[in-house]
Design a protein around this ligand. Structure first.
Ligand code: 5AD
Ligand code: SF4
Length: 446
């Protein structure tokens, strides 16, 4: 009888992608995925270290899973527990010490080793894999088998060399690495031709720093990669995330003007609007340089929508610094994520004098209410427009489907049953803070 693997995923799209690949490597070992944790012979927590108290949350989740493990073992069944992802990488052996019932701890580059780790741990003992191997995990993973649906993700780059002083990613994901162009083209072609994907999101912690080798041994940038992918028949949409302002090259900005399938939406974190704070964050760009990139992108693609990330209460941030962050409102974001700074052990900013909690909370509230107003007004401006929507899930009502606009808004449409996985013209009829409602312009296929 086949064994069951249960994977719980936290955090970013890269982790979602990695979890799909973990299921892929375990399939030849006889494991099928389950969403009932009690049935699992192997439980994997694919963790994220970005949010506050991330490690503590993992430990308390592990405490709960331990009870299920005890129950299964009492009934003569196995339940191996594996911790992967960025908390696995950052905590390492500490997890084995604090939670000795955990069988496997693996870093973010070690998923291809999961079958071996399971075999090692099955022989009773703990198994650990935390290295950043010479050979990259992508080269060792099998072809994608798990269907991702009409909108699929492909990791093209991993790691970060930028060392923003608040961020753990350079430590938990390692140095920047880009997959060769041919590998990416092959994977995307297979997703389109064999799995019905019509939208591809290219993933990387620093995706626009992509520099993969091409067939001639030369280095290709992200603009070149996107150009190549845009030639694939049947691929209707291309997106990429997450980008750093300093890697928004002229060529990539131009690509937004010249490649029709490259979507008019960009997640471009700024983090703060004060140059003093940006410097302390080691961002290596000014607020003005960021605004200039936004303006050049708008020139290339007038309807492009922006989303961003912000951190308030970074060590040393004064009221005056924060006011400058509020001035970034000139960008007019379609959506945005904002966070209170929280210290990450091992990062430079964690050692600095911290801003008072009350000031952080007050600034976050002010910023979020501004960003929310911008999102509401962006959505309101969509009403009356016609736009393409790819339906990728069912809505709550009978026959209702939900999809994404070019600008990443969720769009709800009635009488759209049967249109799953297709790109359809929709007229937007209403908007709320979080989503749009529309009606079909094209007749539903019989
Ligand atoms: N504190 C608060 N926010 C953080 N982020 C990353 N590290 C921290 C931290 N220590 C935010 C940044 C990043 C997003 C993914 O998470 O805004 O862009
Ligand atoms: Fe973290 Fe992004 Fe800065 Fe890299 S560029 S250190 S991933 S915030």
């Amino acid at each position: 009888m086949s064994k069951k693997i249960y994977i719980k995923t936290y955090g970013c799209q890269m982790n979602v992608y990695d979890s799909v690949r973990m299921a892929d490597v375990m399939a030849p070992e006889g494991y099928t995925e389950t969403d009932v944790i009690d049935d699992a012979d192997l439980v994997v927590l694919n963790t994220c270290h970005i949010r506050e108290k991330a490690a503590e949350k993992v430990y308390s989740e592990l405490g709960r899973i331990r009870q299920l493990q005890d129950k299964r073992r009492a009934g003569g069944q196995e339940m191996l527990i594996a911790v992967g992802g960025c908390v696995g990488q950052a905590e390492g052996e500490e997890i084995m010490r604090r939670a000795p019932y955990v069988d496997i701890v693996m870093g973010s580059q070690a998923y291809h080793e999961l079958p071996r780790l399971v075999r090692d741990a099955g022989g009773k003992g703990q198994a650990l894999a935390l290295d950043f191997p010479e050979v990259q995990k992508f080269d060792l993973l099998p072809e994608q088998t798990g269907a991702q649906g009409p909108t699929a993700f492909v990791a093209v780059q991993e790691g970060c060399d930028k060392f923003c002083t608040f961020c753990v990613v350079p430590y938990t994901r390692g140095a920047e690495y880009s997959r060769p162009v041919a590998d990416v083209v092959r994977e995307v072609t297979a997703l389109v031709e064999e799995q019905g994907a019509i939208e591809i999101s290219l993933l990387g912690q620093n995706v626009n720093a992509y520099h993969g080798v091409d067939a001639g041994g030369k280095v290709a940038d992200l603009a070149t990669l996107i150009e190549k992918l845009s030639l694939i028949n049947g691929l209707e949409r291309i997106r990429y995330t997450t980008s750093h302002p300093n890697d928004m090259t002229d060529r990539l900005i131009d690509a937004h003007g010249s490649i029709a399938t490259l979507m008019p939406y960009l997640h471009l974190p700024i983090q703060a609007g004060s140059d003093r704070v940006l410097k302390a964050m080691n961002r290596k760009h000014t607020a003005a340089a960021y605004i200039d990139i936004v303006e050049r992108l708008r020139k290339a693609r007038p309807d492009i929508a922006f989303s961003g990330d912000f951190i308030v209460g970074f060590p040393g941030e004064t009221e005056a610094d924060f006011e400058e962050t509020m001035r970034v409102e000139t960008v007019s974001y379609a959506s945005a994520y904002s966070f209170k700074y929280s210290p990450r052990p091992g990062t430079p900013a964690a050692e600095r004098e911290q801003v008072a909690a009350a000031a952080k909370a007050e600034r976050l509230e002010r910023l979020q209410s501004l960003l929310h107003r911008q999102q509401v007004s962006f959505n309101a401006r969509s009403v009356g427009q016609r736009m393409g929507v790819i339906f990728d899930r069912k809505g709550r009502h009978d026959g209702q489907m939900v999809g994404r606009s070019p600008y990443m808004q969720a769009v709800h449409v009635l009488d759209a049953a049967g249109l799953y996985g297709t790109l359809v013209e929709v007229e937007i009829t209403a908007a709320s803070g979080n989503s749009l409602t529309g009606s079909l312009l094209t007749q539903a296929a019989a």
